[in-house]
Each structure stands twice: as C-alpha cells, then as structure tokens.
Write a protein that binds this ligand. Structure first.
Ligand SMILES: C[S@@+](CC[C@H](N)C(=O)[O-])C[C@H]1O[C@@H](n2cnc3c(N)ncnc32)[C@H](O)[C@@H]1O
Length: 353
C-alpha cells in the first residue's frame, strides 16, 4: 500500500503557498512604493522609463528597476516591453494611489505591515496566551486602522447606513445627541458631525493618543459639533443619546456585554445603537474564504489579544457573527437586533431596547 502524498494535491498546495508568498512580498512592495511616493509619481507622470521615474522621485534607479519588476510581475503596474516604460492603468491607480477612494487598499497593506513590524511581540503573545493591550501596537497600526476603514465609512455611513435605520436620519437632521464609542482616530465621528450640523457628536475611546489625533483632525476640518474624550465603553459620560454607534470596535472590547449595557442605559428609550462589525457567518465553516482568513488573522494578533488584555476578557473575535453578537446584546438588555444592511466587508446591526 502506498502511503505517500497525493502528488497532485501536494503540487496544488505548494502552488497555492507560492502564490501566498508572492502576495506577502507584494504587500511589502506596495507599502514601499506608497511610503516612497512611487505610485503617486507614476500616476502623475504617465508611461515612464526607470530613469525618468528615478529623476522624478529621486530614488536609486537600481532599486526602482527591481521594485518595478516585482510590481509588474504582480500586475500592480503595467510594463510595455516595446518602449521599456512603466505605467498605471486607471484601475491600478485607483487601487494603489488614489487616497480616500473606496478601492484604495494602501491602509490595508499598512495594517499588514504593522503586524509584521511587531512580529516578536505577536509570537510572545500567542505563546503566552496573555492579552496584548490595544495601545501597545505600533503607531502604524492605529494610522492603518483609520486609513483602511475611512474610505468605507465615507462611501457608506451617511448615504447607506443611516438611511437603513428606522427613523434615525430624520432625528439627526433636526438635531440629535450621538455617541461614537471606540472612535479611534474619529473619522466616523467627523463624518457624522459634518453631515448633521444640527446634531452634537460625543466621541469616546480609551486610547488617549487616538483621541489626540481625532481632535487634531476635527480642528483641521473645522468641525465644531464634535467632542472627543478619553473614556471607556463601559462607563463613558453623558446620557439621553438618540443614537449610539460602535464602528468595528465591540469585538475588541474586553467586556462587550458591559459596554452594551452602559450604552443601553445612556440611550433615550426610543434610541438606537448602530453596531458595525466585520461581516461573518455564524459558524467557522461559513468564514473559510479569503476575507474570513484576513479577519481571523488580524483577530489572532490584534482584536482577541486587545480584548483579553481588558477586564472580563471575553475575546469575541473578529468573526463572531450575528447570532453570537445578538446573544451579547440580549445579555446587555437589548431586545431587538436587526441586520439593517451590509457591505462586502461589514454588517450593520440596528439594535433597540
Ligand atoms: C479596530 S479599532 C476601530 C476604531 C474606529 N472605530 C474606526 O472604525 O476606525 C477599535 C477601537 O476600539 C477601542 N477600544 C477597545 N476597547 C475599548 C474600550 N473598552 N473602551 C473604549 N474604547 C475601546 C480601541 O482603542 C480602538 O480605537
């Protein structure tokens, strides 16, 4: 009896891994190009030779040659061998350099790099089983989180998510009290404040450097009806909110039941909690695809350790799914949970008393 490996399956698996390693280096190369301004220079210059791009960016042509080769092989840039020029198609420009466009993935790449940057700490945490506080990640991780999420919020929050909630849009237009909990760098809070000038936004996060950054952003944007404070989700100040929001943060919290309970107590009786969480099915089997792989991976090094570092340390994980989230919300005293809408990456839950 032959107990050796099935050659075809082995070759398929090795082929898959080679593709993954190429992808890992592709992320690294894309990050280099972003930080050194190469994609932007290419977008401005149009089809260029290595020497022309070197002149425009001030980068060593030897390095640029290798970098362009890696990018052309990845399909991230276009190479025309007839005239030895490199360029970005419209689609490549949208994905690699048009900051703020929903298709731009540089924030995603930066998030991956932030995890490689602190790989020693990740190994240590994984082996020890102990928590790793949110604030102990590299600064790049916080910028990346904001850079990655902001375009999706800009594209969806005001135009799709608020209108999907029962009666909330009208309240916000006429003037309401909004709480944004776990606001990070405050992109969602600023978008809400700008869209609803009659409303007042109170935004909270327990990570002080993020709140400092959020205040600076609000000042730079000239937005007056938003206030940022350092506070925990379980006991932030204020009451009588018409709308509370949590954007991609509940599963990072140690005590999501305590946080949701406190939100329930600070909402008006007819108030709404809008909960944005990663899209996921209710069982692991439903999440075994590339997006699930990415969420589970970030959850291994960021979300779950951040939760375990806090009191209670529930560790919901980034792929909790609506059923598990509903249990948490029910435990906190909310009775009505509805999937108001979703995007390819997020679910939007409307949560009421
Ligand atoms: C993945 S980030 C999302 C940030 C922001 N909402 C966004 O969408 O860009 C999770 C945020 O939750 C915050 N956070 C985690 N646990 C918290 C807690 N118990 N109280 C307040 N903020 C918390 C972190 O500091 C971090 O800013």
């Amino acid at each position: 009896m032959n107990n050796g490996p099935n050659q075809q399956i082995l070759e398929q698996l090795v082929g898959k891994v080679v593709g993954d390693v190429a992808g890992a280096m592709g992320v690294f190369m894309a990050y280099l190009g972003d930080q050194a301004g190469v994609y932007q220079a290419m977008d401005e210059a149009g089809p260029s030779t290595v020497e022309e791009l070197s002149g425009k960016t001030g980068l060593n042509p030897k390095y640029l040659h290798e970098w362009l080769g890696a990018n052309a092989a990845a399909g991230y840039v276009t190479y025309d061998s007839t005239n030895e020029r490199f360029s970005l198609s419209n689609e490549q420009a949208l994905v690699f350099t048009r900051e703020g466009q929903p298709a731009c993935v540089q924030g995603f790449f930066q998030a991956v790099m932030s995890q490689y940057e602190t790989h020693t700490k990740a190994v240590e945490t994984f082996k020890s089983g102990k928590g790793r506080p949110w604030g102990e990640h590299s600064k790049c991780c916080f910028c990346a989180t904001d850079r990655f999420f902001r375009p999706g919020y800009a594209a969806n929050l005001i135009d799709n998510w608020i209108p999907a909630l029962d009666g909330v849009g009208a309240k916000l237009k006429s003037g309401a009290r909004i709480a944004d909990i776990g606001c990070g760098h405050g992109s969602s809070s600023i978008l809400l404040a700008q869209a609803y000038p009659e409303s007042q936004v109170f935004a909270f996060d327990f990570h002080e450097p993020s709140i400092v950054e959020a205040r600076q952003k609000a000042r730079a944007a000239g937005v007056k009806n938003v206030q940022f404070d350092v506070a925990r989700a379980q006991d932030f100040p204020g009451k009588d909110f018409d709308l509370a929001c949590i954007f991609d943060a509940l599963h990072d919290m140690g005590d999501p039941v305590g946080a949701a309970r406190h939100i329930r107590e600070t909402l008006k009786p007819d108030g709404t909690l809008m909960l944005i969480e990663p899209l996921a099915g209710d069982s692991m089997n439903e999440n075994l695809h590339p997006l699930g792989q990415i969420y589970y991976a970030f959850s291994t090094t960021i979300c779950t350790p951040a939760s375990l570092a806090q009191e209670v340390g529930l560790g919901l994980g980034a792929q909790a799914g609506q059923k598990r989230l509903t249990e948490v919300l029910n435990q906190a005293g909310f009775t009505r949970v509805r999937r108001a809408t979703e995007t390819p990456t997020n679910m939007v839950l409307e949560v009421r008393l």
